[in-house]
Design a protein around this ligand. Structure first.
Ligand SMILES: *[C@@H]1O[C@H](CO)[C@@H](O)[C@H](O)[C@H]1NC(C)=O
Ligand SMILES: *[C@@H]1O[C@H](CO)[C@@H](O)[C@H](O)[C@H]1NC(C)=O
Ligand SMILES: *[C@@H]1O[C@H](CO)[C@@H](O)[C@H](O)[C@H]1NC(C)=O
Ligand SMILES: *[C@@H]1O[C@H](CO)[C@@H](O)[C@H](O)[C@H]1NC(C)=O
Length: 472
């Protein structure tokens, strides 16, 4: 503990018992890559084609760190249909010269990636839901089927693995030329779930019979900086199986991240057994009409529900990234599978967006989660050291009452602190318009009795709460 006493914030004269947690800033855990969304399946185009004012509001809600969630990852879909694939037609055989088609827009995903880049977003995850039909056992880019040539799956037309790897690499090349380099590349989406739109089946061993080909193709094209992702399984349980197969098959040396969706099991303890990073790449509420609620009864569309899911994913499941399905949609009020709604004119953020904000605004790409000890009743928390040497502690209070905690550090001396807390999700939103309503406190640490052996004299602390008090 580097400082001995400080009681600087109080609200409404409440006197509460104080719990202490200790954050070990020198004890580094996983690196955080960020938080994000997709605008796949024409949603980027709707976004681009919105009127300038709602479009700008939508972008700000998603990517602005002061007025929005400050998201830092885009997940783009690599098309596989005859109208959106860069290789829409079969060249005739796997070794024939492919005729690529590139319209420079990629269903407006290039536009979205460039707009996000203006806010500092540099992490672009490009993911194929399927290979084109002619490369597959079912000759269809939908309804499952396998990539011809993977373990146990052959086709009369030949082995298309290298052609698929070439196509994916060409896609990466087009994005590099457009000025929005792809950083992560996946070739499967829910390979353990067959649907009537773009889908392709695989298990971990079949993925392992393709990954080295993709790796070598990227290397040969000088895309040594692109991380291969696998396998976007439908849920955490399936991802565990994929991970074990991939690790056994020696794939860690070719891959960058293990990826999971959360439809059939949320990421939670224990972490996957791999030395690679783990990302949750697609989750959403598929059952509710549009709802903007922060908290009502713990329902699947509510903000606090997602704050908890993100908390468990990052803290219990060792995730480095958490991605909601869609970001911005227009006139889709039958669904809550996205974060920001537009009716074409009025733009409305959801409680889910603010759940992402309380993480993504404060825990920035390159941050390391750090160890901590001590618990607060009914409150989850995670502590992070950002690249700018600020330390952020994110608290999620699931109880109905205010909580009070003192934060102590080892390996760190805070010179000043900011606490952000919110008793209802709308406070987060109102903060953007009216500082007086938002409970904001800038805590001055300069007169705190600090131990001068602290390794960082000029650090900053940010604590984020939902429903609570923070005493430091
Ligand atoms: C990765 O390398 C490629 C090829 O050298 C380059 O075009 C691209 O900008 C790099 N990506 C990043 C994120 O720097
Ligand atoms: C890869 O980079 C090397 C060294 O800069 C260069 O000689 C080679 O032509 C590049 N290969 C491709 C496919 O761009
Ligand atoms: C957490 O993930 C990192 C990779 O980001 C890995 O090195 C580490 O072993 C994982 N920790 C646990 C407890 O699984
Ligand atoms: C913090 O407190 C010190 C000592 O009381 C004072 O000199 C300094 O101006 C304060 N800083 C801010 C930003 O209020």
């Amino acid at each position: 503990m580097r400082f001995t006493a400080a009681v600087l914030a109080s609200l409404g004269g409440l006197a509460l018992a104080q719990t202490q947690i200790t954050v070990s800033v020198g004890s580094l855990l996983q690196e955080i890559d960020g938080f994000g969304i997709s605008q796949a399946f024409t949603r980027a185009r709707e976004f681009e084609e919105s009127d300038p004012e709602p479009r700008q509001k939508g972008l700000d809600y998603l990517f602005n760190t002061e007025t929005g969630a400050g998201l830092t990852i885009i997940r783009n879909r690599i098309g596989s249909t005859t109208t959106d694939a860069i290789l829409p037609r079969s060249p005739g055989s796997p070794t024939a010269t492919p005729q690529y088609v590139w319209d420079g827009s990629d269903s407006s995903q290039v536009w979205l990636s460039k707009e996000a880049r203006k806010y500092g977003v540099t992490t672009i995850y490009a993911d194929a839901w399927s290979a084109p039909a002619f490369m597959k056992t079912n000759n269809n880019e939908a309804n499952g089927g396998y990539l011809c040539g993977v373990t146990g799956r052959t086709c009369a037309s030949g082995d298309w693995r290298q052609t698929f790897a070439n196509m994916l690499t060409q896609y990466v090349k087009y994005y590099a030329e457009a000025g929005v380099p792809v950083t992560h590349l996946g070739f499967l989406n829910e390979p353990d779930y067959v649907v009537s739109y773009s889908s392709m089946q695989s298990d971990g061993n079949q993925a392992a019979s393709f990954i080295p080909t993709l790796y070598n193709t990227l290397q040969a094209a000088n895309f040594t900086n692109v991380s291969i992702a696998c396998c976007d399984s439908i849920g955490w349980g399936g991802t565990r199986t994929f991970t074990n197969q991939l690790v056994s098959a020696g794939m860690e040396r070719y891959m960058g991240i293990m990826t999971s969706h959360a439809y059939n099991g949320d990421p939670d303890a224990p972490p996957l057994s791999t030395r690679l990073k783990s990302w949750q790449t697609e989750a959403c509420d598929l059952n509710s009409r549009w709802c903007a609620t922060w908290y009502s009864n713990g329902g699947p569309c509510e903000g606090l529900t997602w704050a908890n899911k993100i908390h468990r994913g990052i803290v219990n499941a060792n995730l480095s990234a958490y991605i909601y399905w869609q970001g911005f949609e227009v006139n889709q009020f039958q669904a809550s599978s996205y974060l920001v709604a537009s009716d074409g004119r009025v733009v409305t953020p959801s409680g889910r967006l603010w759940a992402f904000a309380m993480w993504s605004r404060f825990v920035r790409p390159g941050a390391r989660r750090v160890s901590s000890s001590g618990s607060v009743s009914g409150v989850g928390y995670g502590a992070f050291k950002n690249l700018d040497n600020s330390v952020a502690v994110v608290f999620t209070n699931t109880g109905s009452g205010a909580q009070n905690v003192r934060i102590a550090f080892t390996g760190y001396t805070a010179s000043n602190a900011q606490a952000f807390w919110s008793t209802t999700w709308t406070d987060f939103d109102r903060y953007n318009h009216d500082d007086h309503i938002y409970h904001y406190s800038n805590i001055n640490y300069s007169d705190i009795d600090t131990d001068t052996t602290g390794s960082m004299r000029r650090g900053r602390l940010r604590a984020v709460w939902w429903r609570g008090l923070v005493w430091m």
